[in-house]
Design a binder for this molecule. Sequence first.
Ligand code: BGC
Length: 758
Amino acid sequence: MPPTTHRPARASRLLLAALLASAFVSTPAQTPRARDARRPSRPVSRRDEIERRIDQLLARMTLEEKLGQLQQLDGEANGNFRPEHVEMIRRGLLGSTLNVRGAQRTNELQRVAMNESRLKIPHLFAFDVIHGYRTIFPVPLGEAASFDPGAAERAAEIAAREATAAGVRWTFAPMVDVARDARWGRITEGAGEDPYLGSAFARARVRGFQGADYGAPDRVVACAKHFVAYGAAEAGRDYNTVDISERTLREIYFPPFEAAVEAGVGSFMSAFNDLNGVPASANRFTLSDVLRGEWKFDGVVVSDYTSVEELIKHGVASDGKDAARLALGAGVDVEMVSRLFNQHARALLAEQKITQAQIDEAVRRVLRVKFRLGLFERPYTDESLEAKVLLSPEHRAAARTLAARSFVLLKNDGGTLPLSKNVKSLAVVGALADDQLDMMGSWNGDGRAEDVVTLLSALRQKLPSTRITFARGCDVRCDTDAGFAEAARAARDADATVVVLGEDAGMSGEASSRATLDLPGRQLDLLKAVHATGKPYVVVLMNGRPLTINWAAENSHAILETWFAGTEAGDAIADALFGDANPGGKLPVTFPRAVGQEPLYYNHMNTGRPPDANNKYTSKYLDVLWTPLYPFGYGLSYTTFKLSNLTLSAARVPVNGRLTASVEVENTGARAGDEVVQLYIHRAAGASVTRPVAELKGFERVTLAPGERRRVSFTLTPKELGYYDREMRFSVEPGTFRVTVGTSSVGGLEASFDVVAR
Ligand code: BGC
């Protein structure tokens, strides 16, 4: 055996000897009695205490009451509960609801559970608190564009504080699905195309929602969803089939989920899609072998909305009873909306198709979360909190700052942006400039349109002495040019124009896949009409996914991507347009030139015939360049940065070693600003399997004053350097690695090092 294997064993022998010695040597100051007093027999941990209480409760539950804990039903869209909920809770037949919210309403229902049900098991209120409860933050894709996980953590923390004030203790977030296809509308709900960035945001958002202990009264239990590979839906069509290799599953789609488990996430949601022939909500491999077996997850798994019943349409369950058997057997604990566990578990038990132990284990997981939440001790919500907490000035201020951090400056020729506050007249063109609802994006929690600051109103506030003219031009999906002349006139009469273009909120999110990525309706023609005036203008984009904006990229001087930025969207965009905030976000997804390039992502394999403009027989298209319009990690600033002096801590690293790469970053411009320094690796030729051309393995967003410089360091460990070999073992293979440190996934400073056997 190699010497390294002996070392830990020797160390632990020494430790054991020391412990034994200290146990038997008694000094006068440490008589056995004194020792006992100072160190009582191991106290019962909170964890043990919870398991003991679960045992006691389980022993008293009837089968119906147990199945009740596994049932989740939907409330009304406005937050009300339904009459049947009251009766079911009274009889112990309903463990949780989704969408029922509001302190008063949740307390009212909770009183039924606590006062009128036999076992007084508290009810659990769940809700999709995705990017804010009442104060709405940028859509998650926008938050990811900040490349600042701390910002997402803060947003989730505020969302949790508001949600708990409204009686909600379980959020169905974060969505940690990697999405490499911009056609898929739910790309807006996640952190984009990269597993490393996705993992960082998964951890941050779980921490933000749950804190160190989700039992704290202002925290919620988070839910990593949708397990798994939902984002790989074929052709980007929502709910569609997924067929990917186990390597892609483990290297691309699993990591953010595993990161969520490491961060202590309390629940998982099983996805709608089938995966390599087995629907995710009946998938024992992912739900039990990987999630519980490999990752040791001990929280609860909830099915997605009716996904248990949908096993019938998938064709793997012959009827409702069979669907219940498959889902329970695979590892689903709570059934959302459909009621097949409840309807069929008794018969399935009698027929020995499921076991009592399976049911008990699922109930145990539900109760564990309820105990950890502290619901048995504090089932009610203080009804005075909502008025103080929701949409507080502090939360609005945070939303404004975080929104500005999510913006990505795509183009800024000749320093067109920021605009001068001395501008005498300003035209604002485009329906989205004055739309409150769309700013909240696809999941808007309990957000209200009337709370939202639009860009038009923010500009009027910021520039009281500027003459501001608004022309809608056309609606997002319009098919007429009726408003173009008015828009062009407004642009002609103004010193500068802000043209606001994009999607409406309903064009991304669930069931909102698109087969084209162009600006919808006649918006491009509207842009051309403004452009034709010859007057200066800037483009502001609002959208939930990458768009093909080739014409604007070529012809417009300045483009600011703002996603759907939430309650404070208008103020934050106005801050960025007029230099009170300096955009520093980067694209968490690749922007293609044409929809036909999708799925398009930076961390692709090289192929045997990488694209070569001079050689037809290489991997590319006849009609569109193979490169993206804007690559992953890309984004400009109002200032400029220079990277220099890339150094590696070693030229050779053992397979189990670590290496530090550091680089100097300097603000070489005249304004303070943010740069996101990004480190990518590439395993050079000689690996046992093909490897991506680049993989993000470190990033840091830094703020620098003009002239300021800083050294930024990244550490690479076996976790970053390893991958799955041909036998699907995760290992670090000796060989050469290239390190690229840059400000996007394209270009940068390069160095290389060798990984050696030892
Ligand atoms: C979505 C989930 C969501 C659930 C509950 C489903 O349609 O896929 O993301 O959490 O509904 O609202």
